[in-house]
Design a protein. Structure first.
Length: 89
């Protein structure tokens, strides 16, 4: 595969796309960021990692299965679980 030089039109589209993505990221975080801050704090708090019952009783959030994320993505699994179960309720 041979790469050709980037034309000014392609560079303009790339810059516009990047700018639009950065703006969308900023706007989404300004709206949903404050709502997720307590959930992120609870999901990433090592004090709640002893047992799932401990996590549920101390935070009031839903139980999740940490092994789904292979213990590497445990915070992400927790966040997604809380988000989806809150949408359902």
């Amino acid at each position: 595969m041979k790469f050709s030089e980037i034309s000014s039109r392609q560079a303009g589209f790339a810059l516009t796309s990047f700018s639009l993505g950065a703006w969308a990221f900023y706007k989404i975080n300004s709206i949903s960021g404050p709502a997720f801050e307590p959930i992120i704090a609870a999901c990433s708090n090592p004090d709640y990692k002893e047992s799932m019952e401990d996590f549920v009783t101390k935070t009031g959030y839903h139980a999740y299965e940490p092994l789904v994320g292979l213990k590497i993505f445990e915070v992400l699994v927790c966040l997604i679980t809380q988000f989806l179960l809150e949408l359902r309720d």
